[in-house]
Design a protein around this ligand. Structure first.
Ligand code: ADP
Length: 635
């Protein structure tokens, strides 16, 4: 049995558990990869939008450079520098303040005596522009893409200031990622850090304002995502400390941004080849600049746009513009986000899932369904295994009991046959002449023959019952008479073995419908068991009475003061071949069929046979039989 259990566990249970585990794992991996694919798809889309925004800033830088070149065609560089603030503001509305600085470190324009905004600008930026102070600044440098010959040609055609001209210029601008931080993250070159920082290798890192990929539905348990290769919580846009001269280096144009009293100042600058000692710059009007950027949030392709809200976030992670005006979220926790670049440090394009639980809930449902299926399957395997095991156990027990039965019956047959033969031979030889002895021997022969008959009857009746061939001759009878006759037939034998048989039977007949022989067999089997399992005590009591509860019926009790049935075997003793007292250990012979037969007969009579432990020790077997009713008399 243990071997079968081990084989079952090794060949069925463990492989099934392994398969179930693999199925759940592969589903989880699949889910991870789906989520990752979705994440990458949106990440590339947000990167593209951030590049578009950066392209727009690039265009502003180009427009400024072009504008300066146009102006330089009309006046000499030094002359333009003297009134640059006023001239650029007139020509290019994006400029809030124009400035001109010589490379030697002199701010030529605006004048300190000029309008208040310009004076403020000078106070805040003079030391930085004059290379007297290093400040924390974000910057990138342009590509110097102003085509002077084309400009000259255009100028000669007389259309240099026309909007079409700028339009044509801006359309030729290819937005490329050129900022220091971005190029670094893509493994490219060209991070334009100040010489000091590059030499010292100390490139400062800034914490990002938003933490992408953390937007989850609080009602759903988030499925853990595998870690992404890059750490998104750190900004790729980094500030460095530099003086203006150090910052522009050999470049001809660029953009820079600094925070002054927590306000963002965005500046663009240009150095013309016509006079490379003069740098023209402009502080940009931030509201106009952001107005131009706002439309970026609507450019996401509609297929993706249906699932996310696109937002343009400022440096404090506040939405400046969003694709779904009513949508609101924890703005610092987008699904994916990308920084725009150094010109607008810490400004980001961010996506927020409109329904963050959608993917999760689908995945969770799928996971639960699979887990349920796997558990059901496992349960079916375990229950099936348990049923097979139980069946096998029963079959094995039955097989063992059958083997025991054969050896028990052989022994049961052999013992009485040996005594019968021995005493019969003694009598036949005429060696025993004492009439009392002769009578005693004949009694033994009779008793042993009766024992043989009982055994053979039991075996034959059992076989008949098994085949369904047992027939009962049912008619009304007095069960008290049947009991008395059966008991009296055994009395001589019992008393000769030292037993005291006490009968307590009612005076009046107790009528039942039954087969007299079958009922007598029950009484004989019970009395014979009382004799066998009585041990030292030799008191047997037989009690018949009519009980009223739950309905009037006859009860026949056979009581002894023997060893009783061991605990836990009270029901098993009625199973075929089952023996609570093993012949080897107890030395008591038996077939394990007596009680099986007795109960089957009782049930065939509409009654029952039960065992209870007798108070004060011993056994009490009770046969319940329904009383014959007037209507049943006729049958
Ligand atoms: P057996 O031929 O073994 O007696 P039975 O079917 O008559 O078979 O009884 C089944 C088992 O019930 C016995 O082996 C014995 O262990 C137990 N048993 C039956 N009668 C008694 C009793 N009066 N006292 C104690 N145990 C009993």
């Amino acid at each position: 049995m243990r071997k079968v259990a081990i084989v079952f566990i090794l060949t069925v249970l463990i492989p099934s558990l392994g398969l179930a585990w693999l199925a759940i794992r592969s589903l989880r991996d699949q889910q991870y990869s789906l989520e990752r694919q979705e994440f990458l798809l949106y990440q590339s889309a947000v990167d593209k939008l951030a590049q578009e925004a950066e392209g727009y800033l690039d265009q502003q830088q180009q427009q400024f450079a072009t504008q300066v070149e146009v102006m330089l065609q009309e006046s000499r560089p030094e002359i333009l520098a003297l009134s640059f603030d006023e001239t650029i503001r007139k020509a290019w509305p994006m400029a809030e303040i124009g400035f001109a600085v010589s490379l030697k470190g002199k701010v030529i324009n605006p004048l300190l005596t000029g309008r208040p905004e310009a004076r403020q600008f000078r106070l805040e930026n003079d030391r930085f522009l004059c290379n007297a102070e290093s400040v924390e600044v974000y910057w990138n440098t342009g590509r110097g893409s102003v085509n002077l010959s084309a400009l000259d040609q255009k100028n000669s055609l007389g259309g240099q200031n026309s909007p079409q001209f700028f339009q044509a210029q801006s359309q030729t601008i290819v937005p490329i990622v050129q900022s220091g931080g971005q190029s670094q993250s893509q493994g490219g070159q060209g991070g334009y850090y100040g010489t000091d920082q590059v030499q010292s290798g100390k490139i400062p890192t800034a914490k990002r304002v938003v933490i992408p990929q953390s937007q989850t539905d609080p009602s759903q348990q988030a499925i853990p995502m595998p870690p992404l290769p890059t750490d998104n919580t750190y900004s790729r846009v980094q500030a460095s400390e530099a003086e203006f001269h150090q910052l522009i280096g050999e470049a001809s144009e660029g953009m820079m941004a600094r925070f002054l009293q927590n306000r963002l100042n965005v500046m663009t600058w240009y150095r013309s080849p016509r006079n490379s000692n003069l740098v023209y710059g402009a502080k940009l009007d931030l509201s106009k600049l952001t107005d131009g950027l706002k439309s970026v949030v609507h450019t996401l392709n509609p297929e993706l746009g249906g699932n996310v809200c696109v937002a343009l976030l400022d440096d404090s992670a506040r939405p400046v513009s969003r694709s779904h005006p009513d949508f609101t979220a924890s703005w610092k926790r987008p699904f994916v986000a990308a920084e725009i670049g150094e010109a607008l440090p810490h400004w980001e394009i961010a996506f927020y899932q409109l329904n963050p639980g959608k993917l999760n809930s689908a995945a969770v449902t799928l996971k639960f369904t699979l887990a349920l299926l796997v558990s059901l399957l496992l349960m079916a395997i375990i229950i099936g295994g348990w049923l097979i095991g139980r069946d096998l156990h029963r079959e094995l027990r039955l097989a063992r009991q059958k083997t025991d039965f054969v050896s028990n019956v052989s022994h049961e047959l052999k013992t009485p046959l040996t005594s019968i033969r021995m005493f019969a031979e003694l009598l036949a030889d005429g060696r025993v002449t004492d009439p009392d002895k002769q009578r005693g021997y004949l009694h033994i022969i009779t008793a042993e023959s009766a024992r043989l008959t009982r055994l053979i009857n039991n075996v034959l009746d059992f076989a008949r019952l098994e085949r369904g061939e047992k027939k009962y001759q049912m008619h009304q009878l007095d069960v008290a008479t049947v009991t008395r006759d059966s008991a009296e037939a055994l009395r001589a034998h019992l008393e000769s073995h030292g037993f005291k048989l006490e009968l307590s039977l009612p005076e009046t007949p107790v009528y039942v419908i039954g087969d007299a022989d079958a009922l007598a067999q029950i009484v004989v089997n019970l009395l014979s068991n009382a004799e066998k399992y009585s041990g030292e005590s030799h008191d047997i009591r037989l009690h018949l009475f009519v009980a009223a509860y739950p309905f009037p019926h006859a009860e026949l009790q056979v009581l002894d003061r023997g060893r009783g049935v061991p605990k836990g075997c009270e029901e098993k003793i009625f199973e075929q071949f089952y023996r609570a007292h093993d012949s080897l250990s107890s030395g008591i012979q038996g077939s394990g069929l007596g009680l099986t037969l007795a109960r089957q007969i009782a049930r065939a009579h509409g009654g029952e046979l039960k065992y209870i432990a007798r108070e004060g020790g011993g056994s009490c077997f009770t046969l319940h039989l329904p009383l014959a009713t007037p209507s049943s008399y006729q049958t």
